[in-house]
Ligand binder design. Sequence first.
Ligand code: CP
Ligand code: NVA
Length: 340
Amino acid sequence: MHFQGKSFLTTTDFSKEELTYLIDFAIHLKALKQNNIPHQYLQGQSIALLFEKTSTRTRAAFTVAANDLGAHPEFLGTNDIQLGNKESVQDTAKILGSMFDGIQFRGASQDTIETLAAHAGVPIWNGLTDMCHPTQMIGDFMTIKESFGSLQGIKVVYVGDGRNNVANSLLVTAAILGVDMTIASPECLLPDEFYSKQASLYAKESGATIHLTSDVHSAVKDANVIYTDVWVSMGEEDQIEARLDLLKEYQVNEALLKDVHEQFIFMHCLPAFHDTKTSFSQQIKKDYGLDEMEVTDEVFNAPYGKQFIQGENRLHSIKAIMAATNGHIFIPRQYTKNES
Ligand code: CP
Ligand code: NVA
């Protein structure tokens, strides 16, 4: 079985069938939760939640998911433990792995999470690194499947900073799943060759089409999903001015959406800068005169905006990931086609 005891460091750790299983299992777990049917697949386990970077959704989702699965979550913030400061990642992994049954990590470095996975001896789940955001992908493709009934023939267009963690993961995951994917970004913010090559290889197998472009207006034509993310990711705050210059033409607003498919949704992993109700966006307004950044308030609040359902789906999808990799559950054969 490919799931049991396995870490989730990037979506490429799993096959198309396995990712599809996680999406379908998440939809199933959502129904169980909505109907108050218990699903305590991790009863008695302890789960460590390591956060080097801040989080609302991922932290809340892992916490509630662990509780619903009958496990005990423990938050270990970067200022609370020795990790990286007074103790190596390797030594920390050995200790935490000897006490906890599974570990979530959110931080900058993909190397850190790989070292944790190599030495902990328990599943490590990636709650975001600078390179990728794999747990987000299960909730996102779950949201697309719920909205359209299938992933078949869906055209997803990501608009904005095309070389951040979310864009990298969307590109590669869509290619694995056979979903048509376009990234529309300024030339210098298009995905690294590493991800575009990886996506092309997966796309050959799955039949997905992959398109990278700087022409945002033709990119969004006939899109079923327009997805955007912040223009400045966590840790890049010193690049604000340059990003505003580069990305102002890539704002998701009503004018940009005029040629999308009639069956259309807007998505955003959140948090989003669509108004001036945060201290960050107030500072942006003061310094640069902007009220909205990657998405306008009008689009954000439109009926086709699915970002809050997408946010809730982080809970169900993270639950599916933890239960599948650590819950000794039965997994039907059609989802394990590539098992060796
Ligand atoms: N989408 C997401 O990961 O949100 P948080 O940063 O709030 O966890
Ligand atoms: N690209 C964003 C995603 C936040 C969930 C960041 O890294 O800040």
